[in-house]
Design a protein around this ligand. Structure first.
Ligand code: COA
Length: 253
């Protein structure tokens, strides 16, 4: 799907995908998920693309799913654009190299768990406020986040919705490096470009070895998806989203 809300270009055999809705903190709509899924599918199928680089325009990586879209176009089926996007993350055959240039909320954090080289700018801030929105973790993050940062840290992040700053994310292992905001985008693109110049078969095999357990991941996504869909149709989610729109605290009774 063509949309200028996701910028897509190929440079030095790297497919660059850029969230480009800075006035809404790069919150992701269903048409943006479709464009992201198309990009990842193209990267998977095109032998000339050797790595994928993902970043955000403006001061944010992404504020996660567009909350009005959750209310107006809830992603309920397997064919929903968000589910196509998540499926493509799991099926990816080329390394995903991510420059987290600002806030990474919700799926902005959980997509990183499927990415290969994740580097934060100094001002990056991560959170997964699913419970705050009366939702549940998605993108197999209930399985993958405990693996990456440990069960106690993952429970803290999910239940409190608290924000992790770049240095804390580094200590926990959510990102592998922190760069200054100025050096982040050129520095991370250089990494993607250097990976894209390496022996393609060795890179693909290494990616597949690192991502061996896609069946367990897909099964967990399906299980989470069932709870996520039922919650999306609940009164608690409606209250949480309405409260966000009205810039007030939610009241869950
Ligand atoms: N969906 C829809 N709109 C969003 C959004 C989202 N996820 N995140 C931000 N926006 C919009 C805001 O409504 C606001 O729009 P407006 O200018 O028309 O009022 C604009 O983006 C700027 O956001 P604002 O809240 O004013 O910026 P901030 O710097 O004060 O706060 C956040 C940034 C990301 C902390 C805050 O916007 C936020 O909590 N967003 C929701 C994140 C979220 O819960 N995502 C879903 C996770 S599953």
């Amino acid at each position: 799907m063509m949309t200028d809300l996701i910028l897509t270009e190929v440079e030095h055999r790297v497919l660059k995908l850029t969230f480009n809705r800075p006035d809404k903190k790069n919150a992701i709509t269903h048409e943006m998920y479709s464009a992201l899924a198309d990009g990842l599918e193209r990267a998977r199928e095109d032998d000339d693309i050797r790595a994928v680089y993902i970043t955000g325009s403006g001061d944010s990586f992404t504020a996660g799913n567009d909350l009005s879209d959750f209310r107006d176009n809830p992603p309920l089926g397997r064919d929903a654009p968000v589910n196509r996007f998540l499926g493509e993350l799991v099926k990816a055959t080329k390394p995903l190299v991510v420059a987290v240039n600002g806030i990474a909320v919700g799926v902005g954090l959980t997509m990183l768990l499927h990415s290969d080289v994740v580097i934060a700018g100094k001002s990056a801030v991560f959170s997964a406020p699913f419970v705050d929105l009366a939702l549940v973790p998605e993108a197999a993050s209930s399985l993958l986040l405990p693996r990456v940062i440990g069960t106690t840290n993952a429970a803290d992040v999910f239940f409190t919705g608290r924000k992790l700053h770049a240095d804390e994310a580094l200590t926990m292992g959510l990102v592998s490096r922190v760069m200054t905001d100025e050096e982040l985008k050129p520095g991370v693109f250089d990494i993607a470009r250097s990976i894209a110049a390496k022996a393609p078969q060795a890179v693909k095999l290494t990616k597949s070895l690192l991502r061996k357990d896609s069946e367990a991941i897909s099964a967990r996504m399906l299980e989470e998806g069932g709870h996520f869909s039922s919650q999306l149709q609940s009164a608690e989610v409606l209250e949480a989203i309405t409260a966000f729109m009205q810039k007030r605290e939610p009241n869950f009774g």
